[in-house]
Design a binder for this molecule. Structure first.
Ligand code: SF4
Ligand code: SF4
Length: 190
């Protein structure tokens, strides 16, 4: 007994009758998806709508940096380079001691090595490093991915403000300290 064969097995050409259901099914799918909202963006014509906490680039607030080297020591990729020198600040009162402070000479991050883990930002005790969602800094020369302190400082403009505190959270310590009434010197009448 001979078994029925499909057109491709038998070598015969498909007829217009056998193609019609497939074409109709394809057209129905096209009509259905044509009206659906798209999930793609026509970048760079349309800028992506990124969440404010996106990890685009690291920004440096130079005034806050004390050159403590903590970020450079904790960076798993060793891609933070810091140079600083000590400066002596003369005593302001007679008999007082001179003080020393670190002056930042160089602070660079090599974004060709950085893996965007965020450890440097987490460990900085002085809030000198921040995430900026800015990501458009691709270069044709890999050496240009080494951002110096001026370039890292420039990214501060694109750092979004911190999210609002939960309405039932405690007042931040620094605001509570600033709102505290000043202490009266001892012995002075109130
Ligand atoms: S994000 Fe991670 S890898 Fe990049 S500089 Fe900071 S600590 Fe290093
Ligand atoms: S950025 Fe922060 S952790 Fe890094 S050297 Fe400056 S103060 Fe220290």
């Amino acid at each position: 007994m001979s078994t029925p064969q499909n057109p491709s097995q038998s070598g015969s050409k498909p007829t217009s009758k056998s193609l019609l259901p497939g074409i109709l099914k394809g057209l129905a799918t096209t009509a259905k998806t044509a009206t659906r909202k798209t999930h793609t963006h026509e970048y760079p014509d349309v800028a992506p709508d990124l969440p404010p906490r996106s990890r685009g680039v690291i920004a440096l607030m130079e005034e806050n940096c004390t050159s403590c080297m903590l970020c450079a020591r904790e960076c798993p990729d060793w891609c933070i380079y810091i140079d600083s020198h000590k400066e002596t600040i003369p005593a302001t009162t007679e008999g007082g001691r001179d003080r020393q402070r670190n002056v930042l000479d160089n602070f660079s991050i090599d974004f060709s090595l950085c893996m965007y883990c965020g450890i440097c930002i987490e460990v900085c005790p002085f809030d000198a490093l921040f995430w900026s969602p800015q990501f458009e800094y691709a270069e044709t020369d890999i050496r240009d991915l080494l951002h110096d302190k001026e370039r890292l400082g420039g990214w501060m403009e694109s750092v979004p403000p911190p999210p609002a505190l939960d309405e039932r959270s405690a007042e931040p310590a620094e605001i509570a300290a600033a709102n505290k009434p000043a202490r009266m010197p001892r012995g002075r009448p109130k």
